[in-house]
Design a protein around this ligand. Structure first.
Ligand code: BG6
Length: 612
């Protein structure tokens, strides 16, 4: 997932651009670059480096480019290997510089047309066609905006792109078509980025471009044209980020910080949505109460950790609200011939709100007869939020660690509130049950605070996993998806192969894996499935497996040979899946620390996968 930063200012912007890229590092990338135009000298300077933004920062410090207009980019390779030549910005001649995020699907055809017109290409990227096409259009008309709009009309695919013309300094033109772009409004200066996080140190006022928008940005003016080319006004948003989420504070990693932020994040998620003993349905969004009252089926679509949150919610939709619910991975749903049930609501779950598969699934579902769509999301200006009928924001604050933590637990609390609201509207959840659920939710932040106190014990436990190559997580009922999420956490940040199974499935295969080198982690809350879970545990013990049982302290487990017990305080059944997530997050974090992996930016992964 690439990062874009732009600036049009009076002051030199090199450092602002590089700092913006630093704040976007969490999105995953392999190279970076900047291009800056100095209106005083007419000079356009480009600096690009393979590897980390730190390498680019050193190169920029050496070159020390002056100038108030610039664009910058972190590239996550899609077309052409990671290299300096493929790093953005890409140029046409000495005049036009472009950065781009996403995919130009017809780039090969455009490249051939441009080569036939005599253009030489210097990279393997799809992006370079934009630079040369703008240059070509400028030969027909000197108006940069027109040239850019005509160029954009040639492009097919999902992208966000920004162009800078050396001959027209103090001006940037940007287009959003499938990949997010926000404009940051300054005083006598304006900025641009693919994520507002990049600009929080220079402004808190943002305009989110809509699909098809083209923005003409100068120091004192921002003019936005919709896809019909008509000038439009877009709302200015005040960024709500109170703290600067890009700052780790006293924590070693963003992931660690975000694990410890969960009590606050959960408090924020529930703020204004719960009364002392009831759910405030209207707080979910206007029209929500009608939609929830009519909903006969819930289809949840998501990817990664967000998908795991959906799997937990399925148990709640059916057991608490009595409404059928399916959960499906977006990349599967969007390509199969699905059948839409009557009065179905499509819920997308996404931290970023920009995951390509989830967005594509939403757009498809909107054409296939879903009664309504809702995004449960963590980023206000994101595509999923804008394109859904309803949005339920998780308000977790920017999540920077690639491995999702606070986004997951706030998604669960949002889903539990939604289930309660739906059951209330349909009469399947009465006042007493609503009161019980809301009471449990009110206790959730303090319960999570309590779970976080097990960090030291889990840090010791992590030693047992550091030399292992495989692990098996077991759970039953709504704790099976928690086991799946725990396994995902361990593999994505420690690179240890981890698998999760519904404990009742052990005898249908996984039992063959059990030996002393296969640690088996069991999530064992004190509920109606506990006795069955205990016999599953015995199946493992009898075969010499090494067990780690995270059990309710009242569940009556006693340590035995080959079995370590982590006794957890009792919490209300309703919120137990959220509660047991915490030790699982801590376990994967500490194992990764021992393994010395890049906790916040695990290899091969990106925070938001906005391309297929
Ligand atoms: C992956 C992230 O790329 O995308 C995961 O690394 C995340 O943490 C998944 O769960 C889905 O992303 P999102 O933004 O749609 O929740």
């Amino acid at each position: 997932m690439c990062g874009i930063v732009g600036a049009v200012a009076q002051r030199d912007v090199a450092e602002i651009l590089v700092e913006g890229l630093r704040r976007l590092e969490y999105r995953g990338y392999d190279s970076a670059g900047v291009a800056i135009t100095d209106s005083a000298t007419g000079q356009l300077t480009r600096v690009r480096r393979l590897g980390k933004v730190a390498a680019l920062s050193d190169a920029v410090a050496e070159t020390n480019p002056t100038g108030g207009t610039g664009i910058a980019h972190t590239r996550w390779a899609t077309h052409g290997e990671p290299s300096e030549a493929n790093a953005h910005p890409h140029m046409s001649g000495e005049r036009i510089a472009v950065v781009h995020n996403g995919i130009i699907e017809n780039h090969q055809m455009l490249r051939e047309q441009l080569q036939a017109r005599g253009y030489q290409f210097h990279s393997q990227t799809d992006t370079e066609v934009i630079a040369h096409w703008v240059d070509w259009e400028l030969k027909q008309s000197s108006d940069l905006l027109e040239a850019f709009q005509r160029t954009v009309s040639q492009l097919e695919g999902a992208y966000g792109t920004v162009v800078m013309d050396k001959n027209q300094p103090e001006r940037l033109i940007a287009a959003r078509s499938g990949s997010p772009l926000v404009i940051g409004l300054g005083i006598g200066e304006n900025f641009l980025a693919s994520d507002q996080l990049a600009l929080l140190n220079v402004t808190r006022r943002f305009i989110y471009l809509e699909e098809g928008d083209v923005a003409d940005i100068s120091r004192r003016e921002v003019t936005i044209y919709n896809q019909e080319g008509t000038p439009v006004e877009r709302e200015v948003h005040e960024a709500s980020a109170q703290y600067d989420a890009a700052d780790k504070g006293q924590y070693r990693h963003y992931m660690q910080k975000e694990i410890y932020e969960q009590p606050t994040a959960l408090t924020n998620t529930m703020e204004g949505r719960l009364g002392s003993d009831h759910v405030i349905v209207d707080a979910i969004g206007n029209g929500a109460s009608d939609i929830l009252a009519k909903a006969q089926h819930i289809q949840i679509i998501a990817c990664g950790t967000s998908y795991n949150a959906g799997m937990v919610a399925r148990y709640w939709f059916e057991s608490l609200a009595g409404v059928s619910c399916d959960v499906e991975i977006a990349s599967e749903f969007r390509y199969r011939q699905f059948v839409t049930r009557p009065n179905s609501v499509l819920i997308t779950l996404s931290q970023s709100g920009e995951t390509a598969d989830t967005l594509a699934a939403l757009r498809l579902a909107k054409e296939r007869g879903y009664m309504a769509t809702m995004a449960i999301c963590n980023v206000a200006g994101s595509s999923l939020v804008r394109e859904s009928d309803l949005a339920f924001m998780t308000r977790a604050g920017a999540e920077i660690g690639v491995a999702s933590t606070k986004a997951f637990t706030t998604q669960l609390s949002a889903l539990l509130m939604l289930v309660t609201a739906l059951g209330k509207m349909q009469g399947s959840i009465g006042r007493d049950q609503e009161r019980e659920i809301v009471d449990a939710l009110h206790h959730l932040p303090s319960s999570i605070e309590q779970a976080l106190t097990f960090d030291k014990a889990i840090e010791q436990l992590a030693e047992d996993f550091a030399d292992k190559h495989h692990s098996l997580f077991l759970g039953r009922g709504e704790f099976y998806p928690i086991a799946v999420e725990a396994a995902l956490k361990l593999k994505e940040i420690s690179y240890i192969h981890a698998e999760a199974y519904a404990a009742g499935e052990l005898k249908h295969g996984p039992l063959a894996l059990i030996d002393a080198d296969m640690p088996v982690i069991v999530i064992a809350p004190n509920n109606e499935l506990l006795e069955k879970l205990k016999s599953n545990i015995e199946e493992v013990r009898a075969r010499g497996g090494q067990l780690y049982v995270f059990a309710d302290q009242d569940a009556g487990f006693t340590p035995e040979e080959g079995m370590k017990i982590i006794a957890m305080p009792h919490v209300d059944d309703i919120i137990a899946p959220v509660f047991y997530t915490i030790p699982m997050q801590q376990l994967s974090y500490h194992v990764a620390l021992i393994k010395g992996t890049d906790v916040d930016q695990p290899r091969n992964l990106a925070k938001a996968v906005t391309v297929e």
